[in-house]
Design a protein around this ligand. Structure first.
Ligand SMILES: Cc1cc2nc3c(=O)[nH]c(=O)nc-3n(C[C@H](O)[C@H](O)[C@H](O)COP(=O)(O)O)c2cc1C
Ligand code: SF4
Length: 430
């Protein structure tokens, strides 16, 4: 396989790189040390100039987000690292947390300095026991080496980082749901504005950043903004982690420059589909992204604007390959159940709409569908999306419904009219 530039996985293959001594032998924490000698604005400017965009899904420019934090020195500010990794089809942050915990901590020290934060949290889903153990050990070792705690590296800068275990709810990956959970209440999202940068954790200025976003920061500081911009595209600079799943020969997490052709990820890096399966569709950015037909997928580039051009989103980089044997009604049944189950229930359109959509898909799948159900699904999905709810889970639930039904309409119609699935013969579960 061709060698692609590495930012996040540059040192991944070094044996025992999760250990502080090995990480330090390979340049670890040098950038945190350097950052503490720089003015916070200077650090933020380098990150802004690099064009780094948040890797949690929305792609918001990281440096710009940091610059929103009030400069008032008397105010406590928090850095909250989002390690919830709740988007189905995504398994990249756990690799960084488990194998490169010190890279994440180094990125966090740099970010904390940039926003004048002295207490940070890493929110990790409870099921990620290995990520939790790796980070707790890494934090402990940093204290021993005076890399965390008081007067770190002999400077006046103090920083404590704590690991917080979530209970495995999708909604706790949403930044304000995460904040509620961290505050000790139900993981319910909050109305924005105010945005977390102004009033976040405990209503104090807080920056929420994804694990992958923060882990890219040391490299950017070391090599400079322009070096980072050499990879990727103008609007999506740098590299990104892509999680390739589904029936492909080489599933896995790959670091690739943004703008990489989706076709090459599936057929070159992924080795193509298993056995004699054909490509039917691709979900490019985790379960909430709109699905692409095989024809569309072959023309898609993996960057924010490339996915947008195709009417979908890069999201978390969870690329799910769908073979020709997959019934789309069956697939939507699973996906719509997930969103119904994970809706926190605060907003009527989301609470009622997700359940209603799943109920309709369930009846279509189980031969109780009515001809009007296809249009009804489209109407409901249209009515719950578009910023009518507190958070974007409603949109995330609506997009799969809208795109599967529009792009694979005949399968839904056939299920209703023929009361059978054309793909029945392939289904292992029947
Ligand atoms: C329903 C929902 C679930 C989300 N789950 C995650 C998640 O698991 N991890 C994550 O980093 N961002 C998640 N996000 C995005 C966060 O709200 C937020 O935008 C992100 O953590 C910001 O970090 P970034 O700027 O570095 O991307 C989710 C958003 C929504 C609407
Ligand atoms: S949109 Fe859904 S998940 Fe988000 S706050 Fe409203 S009910 Fe909860």
């Amino acid at each position: 396989m061709k060698d692609f530039p590495k930012v996040l996985f540059e040192r991944l293959e070094i044996p025992n790189i999760h250990k502080i001594s090995v990480f330090q032998e390979h340049g670890g924490y040098q950038m945190a040390k350097r950052a503490l000698q720089m003015a916070p604005e200077e650090v933020t400017k380098i990150v802004t100039d690099s064009g780094l965009r948040g890797r949690g899904g929305a792609g918001f420019p990281t440096g710009m987000k940091w610059s929103f934090v009030p400069k008032d020195a008397s105010k406590i500010k928090y850095l909250l690292c989002n390690g919830d990794e709740s988007e189905p089809g995504t398994f990249k942050d756990r690799i960084l947390m488990e194998k490169m915990p010190h890279l994440l901590l180094e990125g966090m020290i740099i970010a904390a300095h940039a926003i004048d934060c002295h207490r940070a949290y890493i929110y990790i889903r409870g099921e990620f026991t290995e990520s939790i153990a790796a980070l707790e050990k890494a934090i402990e070792d940093c204290h021993t080496e005076n890399i965390l705690g008081k007067n770190i590296f002999g400077t006046k800068f103090n920083l404590e980082i704590h690991v917080f275990k979530g209970a495995g709810a999708y909604i706790c990956g949403e930044e304000t749901g995460l904040i509620s959970s961290l505050e000790g209440t139900k993981g319910w999202p909050k109305v924005k504005p105010p945005f977390p940068a102004i009033a976040g954790f405990n209503r104090l200025p807080s920056i929420v950043n994804n694990v992958e976003t923060l882990a890219a920061v040391p490299w950017i500081l070391k090599n400079g903004a322009q070096a980072y911009r050499k990879f990727g595209t103008e609007k999506s600079p740098g590299t990104k982690l892509f999680c390739l799943s589904g029936p492909v020969k080489n599933p896995g997490t790959y670091e690739l420059p943004c703008g990489f052709p989706l076709k090459d990820l599936i057929f070159d890096i992924g080795g193509g589909l298993l056995d004699d399966l054909n490509l039917k569709a691709v979900i490019p950015g985790g379960a909430s992204a709109k699905i692409l037909t095989a024809e569309e997928a072959l023309k898609t580039t993996l960057c924010y604007e490339g996915c947008q051009t195709m009417g979908t989103m890069l999201g978390s980089g969870g690329v799910i390959v769908i073979p020709h044997t997959q019934c789309m009604v069956d697939l939507l049944h699973v996906v719509s159940y997930f969103f119904k189950d994970e809706s926190c229930g605060q907003c009527t359109p989301c609470r009622e709409g997700t359940g209603w959509m799943h109920k309709i898909v369930d009846s279509i799948l189980h031969q109780r569908g009515r001809p009007e159900d296809v249009q009804l699904l489209l109407d409901i999905s249209e009515n719950i999306q578009g910023g009518r709810t507190i958070c974007a889970l409603a949109d995330a639930a609506a997009w799969p419904v809208e795109s599967y039904v529009k792009k694979f309409k005949q399968e839904f119609v056939d299920h209703i009219e023929k009361k059978a699935c054309n793909l029945y013969k392939y289904s292992a579960s029947l």
